[in-house]
Design a protein around this ligand. Structure first.
Ligand code: NAI
Length: 332
């Protein structure tokens, strides 16, 4: 068996952490025959929950779990890290303005970025889950001296999975029959779940669903699914977020191609290199394939004006967030 992969999970004592850690330890993050060492980073208030989870992880006797350690020490948590899942974030409190939220999260993600820059493995992979995920990823990346920008991503896979599931439900198809869905932009209410390139059993989705359903039901349903889950479940989406984080890293490490679907893509938020006119550096969601352990944005898709207007609005929101954190001095 290979050397263990060091996987650091921040916010490990929280809801998503509790769903995520057991799946990582069972081998679902990286694949079979890949042992892992888990580092659980928490703040003092969350440490007990993380330590308790570490005890339960031990009790599972997972053959691939080579070690687990809970800590509040950031440098320790990221020392030699291969995969960093940044889940812990500051939620919006009562009366908190957006600038306060960005500042509070900057205070978390900038030091974590610096610690990743100081101690991570050369080929570290970083996935930011904690919201506002795209801009938190931007802050982390800009603080991580010496680590290539392409190593930093934010989670829009949950939105992607939600979009696939909604299209499958609407058309009566199996999830595995659906290809070519894209999430563009920000992981927020402005996100753009795009069906114009999607296929259902090889047929264009636009032949099966109409523009009205897309605009009035599909897009709002996907974009506001988090609020729907809270309303129905009484608590935020945690297991589905954890499942999406697993999918994201699994595909990043193992590739997106699957038997019979070599061209399969997914959606990933990563620092733009100017793709589709998105300003350089903004962490925005794109269609991407993972090839040889690297994300490759799918270029050259035709974007119809109605979709372009939606994408422009989401990208404008990301630019505003970048300007706001820039003014706060959070971009290095
Ligand atoms: P939670 O509140 O249950 O857990 C968060 C944990 O993070 C807590 O245990 C807290 O002590 C810890 N934490 C806070 N600051 C920390 C720091 N500086 N270092 C280490 N740990 C810290 O929240 P939950 O449900 O697990 O969600 C976590 C985040 O994920 C939230 O920001 C949520 O909005 C976001 N989220 C993102 C999704 C996405 O698709 N990108 C989907 C669902 C949730």
């Amino acid at each position: 068996m290979s050397e263990p992969t060091v996987v650091t999970v921040t916010g490990a004592g929280g809801q998503i952490g509790y769903s995520l850690l057991f799946r990582i330890a069972s081998g679902q993050l990286l694949g079979p025959d890949r042992p892992v060492v888990l580092r659980l980073l928490e703040i003092p208030q969350g440490l007990g929950a993380a330590e308790g989870t570490a005890l339960e992880l031990q009790d599972c006797a997972f053959p691939l779990l080579a070690g687990v350690e809970a800590t509040t020490e950031m440098l320790r948590a990221f020392d030699g890290v291969d995969v960093a899942l940044l889940v812990g974030a500051r939620p919006r409190g009562p009366g908190m303005e957006r600038a306060d939220l960005l500042a509070a999260n900057g205070g978390i993600f900038a030091p974590q970025g610096a610690a990743i820059g100081a101690g991570a493995a050369d080929d570290v992979r970083v996935l930011v889950v904690g919201n506002p995920a795209n801009t938190n990823a931007l802050i982390t990346q800009s603080a991580a001296a010496g680590v290539p920008a392409e190593r930093f991503t934010a989670l829009t896979r949950l939105d992607h999975n939600r979009a696939v599931a909604q299209l499958a439900a609407k058309t009566g198809a199996a999830v595995s029959d659906i290809d070519g869905v894209v999430i563009w932009g920000n992981h927020s209410a402005t996100q753009v779940p795009d069906l114009s390139h999607a296929t259902v059993g090889g047929r264009p989705a636009l032949e099966l669903v109409d523009e009205e359903w897309i605009a009035d039901e599909f897009i709002p349903r996907v974009a506001k699914r988090g609020a729907e889950i809270i309303a129905v479940r009484g608590s935020s989406s945690a297991a589905s977020a954890a499942a999406a984080a697993i999918d994201h890293v699994h595909d990043w490490v193992n590739g997106t191609a699957t038997p019979g679907r070599p061209e399969r893509w997914t959606s990933v938020a990563l620092p733009s290199e100017g793709w589709y006119g998105v300003p350089e550096g903004l962490v925005s969601s794109f269609p991407a394939r993972s090839v040889d352990g690297r994300w490759e944005v799918v270029e050259g898709l035709d974007i119809a004006p109605v979709w372009q207007r939606r994408i422009d609005a989401s990208v404008a929101e990301l630019e505003e967030e970048r300007a706001a954190v820039g003014e706060l001095g959070l971009l290095g």
